[in-house]
Design a protein around this ligand. Sequence first.
Ligand SMILES: [Zn+2]
Length: 145
Amino acid sequence: MSALPDDAALFERFPGVGLDHDNKGLYRGFLERELRLNRCGACGHWQHPSLPMCPRCWSTDVVATPVSGRGEIYLLTVMHQGPPTPGVDYHSGYAVGSVELVEQRGLRYTSAIRSDGIRPAIGMPVELEWIERSGAPFPVFAARP
Ligand SMILES: [Zn+2]
């Protein structure tokens, strides 16, 4: 297992991200190419976005925990303009989706949807993949119709 960066090193790897105590486990997971969402140690409830407390049982025992990365597209938009981003081509349309993960109903993570020539659609199964963006791993979802 590789050494995990301390908080200062984590800020250096993700300079454009609003890192805080609640989401640093998520971004530390990026460096290990694991999508880690906060899960309650008391009742097992997953949550995202990251919060300091379980919204179901109010326990503060929440830990960034790897998810499978499997799910289906819950919401989908295709962007034709946006902020300049390395590797993003808005001209041909850049799909971004909220993916409902298999771990729990209502647990969703939003990122780019890669579809390799097919047209992504709501309800389509996806799997997690990793790309490099701005020198750090970045999670995206690949459509698997
Ligand atoms: Zn809980």
